[in-house]
Write a protein that binds this ligand. Sequence first.
Ligand SMILES: Cc1cc2nc3c(=O)[nH]c(=O)nc-3n(C[C@H](O)[C@H](O)[C@H](O)COP(=O)(O)OP(=O)(O)OC[C@H]3O[C@@H](n4cnc5c(N)ncnc54)[C@H](O)[C@@H]3O)c2cc1C
Length: 548
Amino acid sequence: MTAIQREKMDYDVVIVGAGPAGLSAAIRLKQLDPDRSVVVLEKGSEVGAHILSGAVLDPCGLDALLPDWRSMDAPIKTEVKEDNFYLLGPAGKIRIPNWPMPPLMTNHGNYIVSMANVCRWMAGVAEGLGVEIFPGMACSELVYEDGKVVGVVAGEFGRDPETREPGPSYEPGMELRGKYVFLSEGVRGSLAKEVIARYELSKGHCPQKFGLGMKEIWEIDPAKHREGTVTHTMGWPLGKNAGGGSFIYHLENNQVYIGFVVHLNYENPYLYPYMEFQRFKHHPMVAELLKGGKRVAYGARAISEGGWQSIPKMVAAGVALLGCSAGLVNVPRIKGNHNAMLSGKAAAEAAHAAITAGRAGDELNAYEAEVRSGPIARDLKKVRNVKPLWSKFGLTASLMGGGLDMWLNTIGLTAFGTLRHGKSDAAATGLAKDFQPIDYPKPDGKLSFDRLTNVAFSFTNHDENQPAHLVLKDPSVPIAVNLPKYAEPAQRYCPAGVYEVLGEGQDATFRINFQNCVHCKTCDIKDPSQNINWTTPQGGGGPNYPNM
Ligand SMILES: Cc1cc2nc3c(=O)[nH]c(=O)nc-3n(C[C@H](O)[C@H](O)[C@H](O)COP(=O)(O)OP(=O)(O)OC[C@H]3O[C@@H](n4cnc5c(N)ncnc54)[C@H](O)[C@@H]3O)c2cc1C
């Protein structure tokens, strides 16, 4: 086979992913030196198309990056006015008052935003500074030379779906080379995963932990809409089956973001996270809010939950991991956008200093040091024990013990030191024989919807003729191993209905409807056999989120 010839372009910094981390890095690089050549590559059809957050934004990241953002017509207008926290039972609720909450948990001064729109706005700011941004350019490969990362391959398409060899309409894409490559792909980035494995960046750190976040946008009755209200719940319907909870954020225009997060370390392989979300909307408190409204969009995305203990080494020769590619979410606050921005800024400053000193392709240790000692560290260290306490002892222990520890941490003390996370989420999955199937009520089509109907509201699209980007390491595993041992949980954990088991017994087959994939990455995380590899879709595609 002849080597593929590609057009090459050289930049100072190549940035993969136009989320808050990548765009902040791009903006900061240009602020520091307008002549720096910076390119941002984004797999979504436009910037924002693949962005899914809650989102309540802590503006500290933006304050550091663009101190004048309030006078820059940013789509950040809805200040949080009311903060509610409830423990739910099947029909009732207990309000947890705000006063025992540690100060870091308050949303005072934060904003309810569409992060997709914030990213669209940040892309405009970056382009105004001269950053080149190419949407629709999925980075499918890293380019290595002499053990260093020197670039990425983006925009390749036209491989044969069966053989994966170049087909008749093959386009080789481009090789974009940089003195430094920033991977800001968000949670479970496919190139970041490769770099973490190749350079053993997780060695000595806890395994990363994850949740699956699902979200709908609803337009509700104006009489029930309370702009600026933030509500979080825990408890029903998950109970002891899994950790997690919900968020309900009232943004502008009578719209409400309603979302549900399920921690992916659940054991019962019959758990069906999507149906837990649908069931949640039938709680009287939620049903009353949504009654008479309509769902206008749906999406899903994994969220990193390992926090401080799980941050891998963030740099290797020529490459740095930014934002959620390094797992910088503050779990009890369900916030990662501020740290994504701060990490982008820090990586840019380290790269600027290195390039100014004539360096290229080495480790940006100043970036790593800043993340581990600066504002990101201060944010994440305080909450580091909440998730391990929840995983080991359940919700009540996490609320009490985690709350105490967060309080103590505000004055520099801790009750627990640094607790470690246990197994990976995949390894936490239990055997089907040890659990009972869960009987979920059928969606009513008014408050709750079947999965495929909802996926249509993510406006997801992949070319049917592109190779499936969900690659089984061993195609026999789903039926030969996962089905008998775990009742093949891919049928249930995927929030987009990508995976199906058809037929029974000897006739059972496994089908992958990759066209439906919303790029949440849950399969790559939760498959108990770790047999599914989520690769960057060659040819692009994915959701087309509106104001998620
Ligand atoms: C349900 C949910 C609710 C959340 N709520 C909040 C909240 O209220 N507040 C908060 O602060 N945080 C919240 N978060 C966390 C927040 O979304 C993340 O911390 C944040 O998105 C991380 O930013 P990022 O730039 O690292 O990655 P992302 O925002 O995920 O952006 C990554 C970008 O890179 C692109 N990309 C990925 N791989 C490639 C590739 N190979 N080639 C080209 N492009 C690529 C993606 O398409 C995407 O546009 C929530 C997360 C979820 C899932």
